[in-house]
Ligand binder design. Structure first.
Ligand code: AHR
Length: 661
């Protein structure tokens, strides 16, 4: 009977003149949907943290960024008012061994009416908003004065006086906010001030932060910092708009700190978690693999705060002794140091504050409660290790971690593992849409069950150009055509969620300013003032916000040349059913939906549609909401009904369908 039915469907579909049929079998045993299917992946790329989520506004705050000219990156001196002097980066007046550089400001002549001004231009400008309180802090020290009574020469007056700090426009003609520090003395002193803008201030991306000196002498500056209001008002905190964008995604996990950023180009440029802990004067930062230096203001504990704020499970990437320039640590005794480092990291996050060394340190840094940690990933994309050492390296990490933390799920960063069965393997896909549409059944075919690992699709995105495109020839975020492909790809992941337990788009963030990106296509774009979600962001949100705990069997028969990628999930308790169908064509498509086995169907439901008039339509910093979802009511006449899907559309139908208990 079933065979005859399928034959009937196929004949109709081949005829090409029939309504595509979505058969949902609600009476059959459904497959489970992973409760943490939708999550986020993050790393320091495209100015994701510095110049992005990490809300610090001063760029090169510790004067450690390398200079390619005589200029000091992002700092300048303004003598226009008539002062005389110079600035230079020196290492003779270190704040700490971790922040050895400071800015020496030599003031030969200056006065209240002719201040010497030191300017920072931030990450593509300092964002200025009305009615906003900014927190300023910096370390400063003045020259102590030297006396030689006998010779009565070379006497130097100690520096005295205070400093003015201000937020201004680019040419200094508008002062948005101003404050004055206490007097500078001869020891390093931390100054903390606030700057408040008025309600009449017009928002701009192009502000400047200025320190003005009115007295002669010398001062040294270190760790100059400016924060706008942050999420939950935290010191060293995150940008509010980006946190809100992520919260709307309802992510169930956060994979960090990379990606390639975990590995670094060289062994000594890896994400060294121990160097990212504690007070900022003791974080030196490091050279990242995406061609810029990281301050490490976003350290291990900040990542964990980020997880807690999102209510997301941490997926902790552990450095596994392999860096991008084909440097690797030989498995065996030499790798032991890195294995121990990983065990220390796990203990730091989960150890008891009273009885473990690393747990006690975590408590000292403000988090006495152990963090929640269930998943660790060994390395990143280790299939690119040409020496083929991953199998042995994975085994060494796996054995040590399982021996001490048997409850942890140990993810392999690729499939190049034979000697152990990983709990989960991480697959990555950066593919063109053509590939995605041809491979909608990619995981339908994958073997599963006892003896096979679960799958984490830890990085995926439709990338039509080469990922290396960094100029403005293509937009920094995907257009609607890519969103259609991303949605189609997600239907396959969702339908196979008994196997694919987690997945995440990558990269998550991009600073859209010139030279702000290292990767061509990214999910969320921003400058220093505003942010926007790409069409793929909205597609992702539709999927993640409408998902049940089981997926009943379903089949969508169409004419030969028609593709309508779909997936169905259902809340097994309430019967709420979510049907996702992507119509990538330029024509409307009517689909007949048959709810086989349903005993009762709610008469009304909800339809969420994300559509555009062309696949080229997109969102941008200037047009942030051109492509966004629209909600409309859905009438459900019975267990079989027709639904017309607009051209170029991603659709989620939500309704209740009850079955026999
Ligand atoms: O997402 C960008 C990069 O792509 C990641 O850092 C790396 O894991 C992958 O190759």
């Amino acid at each position: 009977m079933k065979k005859i039915f399928l034959l009937f469907l196929a004949t109709r579909a081949l005829a090409g003149d029939v309504v595509p049929m979505l058969e949902i079998d609600l009476s059959a045993k459904p497959k489970p949907v992973s409760p943490i299917l939708y999550g986020l992946m993050t790393e320091e790329i495209n100015y994701s943290y510095d110049g992005g989520l990490y809300a610090e506004l001063i760029r090169n705050r510790a004067f450690l960024d390398p200079s390619r000219s005589k200029e000091i990156p992002n700092w300048s001196l303004d003598l226009k008012a008539g002062a005389q002097g110079a600035i230079r980066v020196v290492d003779t007046t270190p704040l700490t061994d971790k922040l050895p550089n400071s800015l020496e400001v030599e003031i030969q002549s200056a006065g209240a009416d002719k201040p010497l001004r030191v300017i920072n231009n931030g990450y593509w400008g300092i964002p200025i908003k009305p009615d906003t309180t900014y927190r300023v802090s910096f370390y400063v020290r003045g020259n102590p004065g030297t006396w030689n009574r006998e010779l009565k020469k070379n006497d130097v007056e100690p520096f005295s006086g205070n400093l003015d700090v201000s937020l201004e426009n680019a040419d200094g003609s508008i002062v948005y906010a101003k404050a004055t520090s206490p007097a500078v003395n001869k020891q390093w002193q931390k100054m903390e001030l606030t700057l408040k803008t008025g309600s009449d201030v017009k928002p701009t991306t192009d502000g400047r932060f200025v320190i003005s000196v009115k007295n002669p002498g010398k001062i040294w500056l270190s760790l100059v910092s400016l924060f706008p209001p942050t999420y939950k008002d935290r010191q060293n905190g995150f940008r509010i708009d980006l946190m809100e964008k992520m919260l709307a995604m309802k992510p169930k996990f956060l994979r960090f700190p990379g990606g390639n950023y975990l590995q670094g180009d060289r062994l000594w440029e890896r994400f060294d978690w121990k160097a990212t802990l504690g007070p900022l004067p003791f974080r030196s930062g490091h050279q990242g693999c995406w061609n810029y230096r990281s301050t490490d203001g976003m350290g291990l504990m900040e990542f964990m705060t980020w997880c807690e704020d999102l209510g997301a499970e941490p997926i902790l990437g552990l450095y596994a002794g392999y860096s991008l320039k084909q440097q690797y640590v030989e498995p065996g005794p030499l790798l032991e140091y890195y294995v121990q480092d990983a065990l220390d990291e796990i203990e730091f996050l989960t150890g008891d504050a009273k009885t473990s060394y690393w747990g006690a340190l975590r408590a000292k840094y403000g988090h006495p409660e152990p963090y929640k940690l269930k998943y660790v990933e060994i390395g990143n994309e280790d299939q690119y290790d040409k020496a083929g050492t991953y199998d042995a390296r994975y085994a060494q990490f796996y054995d040590a971690i399982k021996a001490r933390y048997p409850e942890l799920q140990v993810i392999a960063s690729c499939r190049a593992v034979k000697s152990r069965k990983p709990d989960i393997v991480d697959d990555h896909f950066y593919k063109k849409s053509e590939w995605n549409f041809k491979n909608l059944d990619y995981y339908d075919k994958e073997r599963r069950g006892e003896g096979y690992p679960k799958v984490f699709v830890g990085e995926w995105a439709t990338v039509e150009s080469s990922w290396t495109v960094k100029d403005d020839s293509i937009p920094p975020t995907p257009n609607f055509g890519a969103a259609l492909s991303d949605a189609a790809w997600m239907t396959g992941l969702e339908r196979n969620s008994d196997l694919v337990v987690m997945h995440c788009y990558a990269p998550l963030f991009v600073n859209v300013n010139p030279r702000g990106r290292q990767w061509s296509t990214n999910l969320i774009g921003y400058n220093n003032l505003e942010s926007y979600g790409s069409p793929s962001y909205y597609a992702w949100n539709l999927f993640a916000n409408h998902v049940g705990d089981v997926t009943p069997p379903s089949k969508l028969e169409t004419a030969e040349n028609v593709q309508l990628p779909h997936s169905v999930t259902r809340d097994s308790v309430t019967g709420k059913t979510f049907v996702k169908i992507v119509n990538p064509s330029d024509k409307p498509q009517t689909v007949r939906i048959n709810l086989n086995g349903a005993t009762e169907v709610g008469k009304t439901g909800k339809l969420e549609t994300l559509s555009a008039s062309s696949p080229n339509d997109t969102n941008s910093i200037t047009e942030p909401t051109k492509v966004t979802p629209v909600t409309s009511p859905l009438q459900i006449p019975g267990t079989s009904f027709d639904q017309t899907l607009p051209p170029y559309s991603i659709n989620v139908l939500e309704f209740t369908a009850k079955t026999k208990p």
